[in-house]
Write a protein that binds this ligand. Structure first.
Ligand code: NAD
Length: 262
């Protein structure tokens, strides 16, 4: 990747809610160029500085030699195939898609050898800080629960951000009070059981975008850390920063933290 030439970016899921924003963010940055677009819907074209980019329906229809970084906002199973294509062709991947299984993550770790794959459950800087603050607070509290709230078209539950947050809290502290519930009157009333057995409650509501609360409790006091993404543009500064920072790296990178704080 040359310092003077723009970084050539392909967007997977280009016709989706997030993919559309990524195409616009790439078009708006002079150091990036939209070099490819993939979406099942195909057909349409995306304008970049007056030129047209055809949206192909399968990643195999792209020439990997014309792509430096691919950005994936699709669904986990599609992203799985897209990311293996990136790994096999030495293309860097910036991944916002959520819902990967542990086996899929393991496969990515084994296959990204000559290029890098950054997987971030949340590209909003406020969400990155929310997770970091939750991790810092964890050792000082006895109870913790997570409530994640999203728009009514979200396909996976709970959110990748909530699972990543629970994992980081669980890694920071393991001394949580046991769940006092003896009788669950309504199935699911205590939410899903996340990493560290931390309860995660998922709300789906028309009008929302992406939001999360982490509730900590201890004797006579509580702490609520809340993060809100009001608009999908909130994710773009993080996506663009990742595209620019990933060159020259190899392997799987978990989350934006290593780019922001290391
Ligand atoms: P969406 O349904 O609007 O868009 C997904 C797009 O992927 C669709 O246009 C669909 O046609 C396309 N697609 C599906 N299978 C494909 C395939 N095999 N090849 C090419 N394209 C394919 O969804 P969205 O709201 O844009 O969210 C996409 C993903 O991003 C979800 O997993 C969501 O959870 C995640 N997300 C992550 C963040 C973050 O910051 N990491 C933020 C918001 C959403």
């Amino acid at each position: 990747m040359s310092e003077t030439n723009p970084i050539r970016v392909a967007v997977f899921g280009a016709a989706g809610r997030m993919g559309t924003e990524v195409c616009q963010a790439v078009n708006a940055d002079a150091s990036l160029v939209l070099a490819g677009a993939v979406d099942l819907s195909g057909g349409t074209s995306i304008r970049t500085d007056g030129s047209l980019v055809d949206v192909v329906t399968h990643v195999d229809d792209l020439d990997p030699k014309t792509i430096d970084v691919a950005v994936d906002f699709t669904v986990a199973d599609a992203a799985h195939d897209n990311l293996l294509w990136c790994a096999q062709n030495g293309v860097h991947a910036v991944v916002g898609t959520t819902g990967f299984t542990d086996a899929q993550r393991q496969l990515f770790a084994e296959t990204f050898v000559t290029s890098a794959c950054l997987i971030a459950a949340n590209f909003a800087i406020s969400a990155v800080l929310m997770m970091r603050f939750a991790e810092q607070a964890a050792p000082f509290f006895d109870s913790v629960e997570i409530i994640e709230l999203h728009h009514d078209n979200k396909k996976d539950a709970p959110s990748g951000t909530s699972i990543a947050t629970a994992q980081r809290i669980a890694d920071a502290s393991s001394t949580w009070s046991p769940d006092p519930t003896e009788s669950t009157v309504l199935h699911g009333a205590r939410g899903g059981v996340g990493p560290g057995e931390i309860p995660i409650h998922a709300v789906r509501l028309r009008g929302l975008v992406a939001h999360q609360e982490v509730l900590f409790g201890t004797t006579g006091q509580s702490l609520t850390i809340r993060q809100d993404s009001y608009d999908r543009t909130s994710f773009m500064p993080g996506v663009v920063a990742a595209i620019k920072a990933i060159g020259g790296r190899t392997g799987v990178i978990d989350g934006l933290d290593s780019l922001l704080f290391d």
